[in-house]
Design a protein around this ligand. Structure first.
Ligand code: OSB
Ligand code: MG
Length: 368
């Protein structure tokens, strides 16, 4: 791919309002933007989606920077590649650190698509001209949740996801269901239950939820299979699926009926696409998860979600869901519940250089 230079930008931005789960309240978001420039001057962009602390996965912004600077970029300097699929294979010699890998791998996909003058969605075999948009409500107040849902429905979102835990589940969801009898609602537990809570989880069956996401341990597929036998609500796995093999085993084992695919969590677009293709073949619906991300990761998600198996609205919302001003231009917008899949080469969005400078904490350049 004739890489000339890689730049890493560490940025930080406050969220418009705190994102509250039983694990963490996120007020400020740090992130990493990767810019890969090839010898003819074309640049591709990727984003590192690890958080500042390891509450969702074991990675952090600091571990991602270490992996990128000291391991992944040097590996790419030593082994030039022709196609982004080779990056995924090259990085497979490094255990885990999926979000760091994805930050660089996604930039290579954008660069590759631009070099082919094709939209990234088409390079990935995407078929949808627009993707259905859903949004997440993350608050510990029922009143606030209903206020937020009201606003999001006015903005056109097609599906609402709410965060639950054993201290905020049935009554909370029932109140939302009472306000919105026909709304497509899903609940994300972020691993807050154990099999001992089986009666609490069974009780949710009469709320007509689309699915319950990751009720049990972050690294479990065994007990999720036991739970799925006992409840009618489909289980969707998020944290438990970090590789293609995890997805294959979870499906074979009956641990879930749906998978949330996050590019960062599975180490890049190649692995994300492999999981999609497998699920599509098996008739398992998938949707694209979110990471409270900035624009670069958001638009990679749009390209991925244009693939045919993404049949359920995911957590891809407008830039304005979290940010006063995003780092891309134009910003991602939702119209009538849909986000248009861009038709220009690569990710199809530009960097908002002024905004990037405003939120920049540090920058490092690597020449090849
Ligand atoms: O569990 O899906 C999750 C955000 C951060 C970490 C984990 C999760 C989430 C979300 C998606 O729920 C939020 C978004 O819309 O970006
Ligand atoms: Mg989740």
């Amino acid at each position: 791919m004739n890489i000339a230079e890689i730049e890493l930008y560490v940025i930080q931005m406050p969220l418009k309002s705190p994102f509250v789960t039983h694990l963490e309240a996120v007020n400020d978001r740090k992130g990493i933007i990767v810019k890969v420039t090839c010898k003819d001057g074309v640049s591709g962009f990727g984003e590192g989606v690890a958080f500042s602390t390891p509450w969702y996965t074991e990675e952090t912004v600091t571990t991602s920077l270490h992996m990128l600077k000291d391991i992944l970029i040097p590996l790419l300097q030593k082994h030039p590649i022709k196609h982004p699929e080779e990056a995924s294979k090259l990085f497979s010699s490094i255990r885990r650190n999926n979000m760091a890998k994805a930050a660089l791998e996604t930039a290579l996909w954008d660069l590759y698509a631009k070099s082919q003058t094709k939209p990234l969605s088409k390079i990935l075999n995407g078929t949808r001209p627009a993707i259905a948009s859903g949004v997440v409500v993350a608050t510990d107040s029922t009143v606030k949740a209903i206020q937020q849902i009201e606003q999001y429905l006015e903005q056109g979102y097609q599906r609402i996801k709410v965060k639950i835990n054993p201290n905020q589940d049935y009554a909370f969801l029932a109140e939302i269901r009472r306000h919105y009898p026909d709304l497509p609602i899903m609940a994300d537990a972020n691993s807050s239950y154990s099999l001992q809570d089986i009666d609490r989880l069974k009780a949710l069956d009469d709320l007509n939820l689309m699915m319950i996401e990751q009720p049990l341990a972050h690294d479990d597929i065994i007990e999720h299979a036991q739970l799925q036998k006992e409840i009618r609500t489909p289980i969707c796995l998020d944290e438990s699926i970090v590789t293609f093999e995890d997805a294959r085993k979870a499906i074979e084992f009956g641990s879930c009926k749906v998978i949330n695919i996050k590019v960062g969590r599975v180490g890049g677009l190649y692995e994300a696409k492999r999981i999609h293709d497998y699920c599509f073949e098996k008739g398992i619906p998938v949707w694209c998860g979110g990471m409270i991300e900035f624009g670069i990761s958001r638009v990679h998600n749009i390209a991925l979600a244009s693939l045919p198996g993404f049949s359920i609205p995911g957590d891809i919302s407008a830039s304005s869901r979290f940010w006063e001003e995003d780092i891309i231009t134009p910003e991602v917008t939702v119209e009538n519940g849909f986000i248009t899949v861009p038709e220009s080469p690569g990710i199809g969005y530009e960097i908002n250089e002024n905004r990037l400078q405003e939120v920049l904490l540090a920058k490092k350049t690597f020449t090849f």
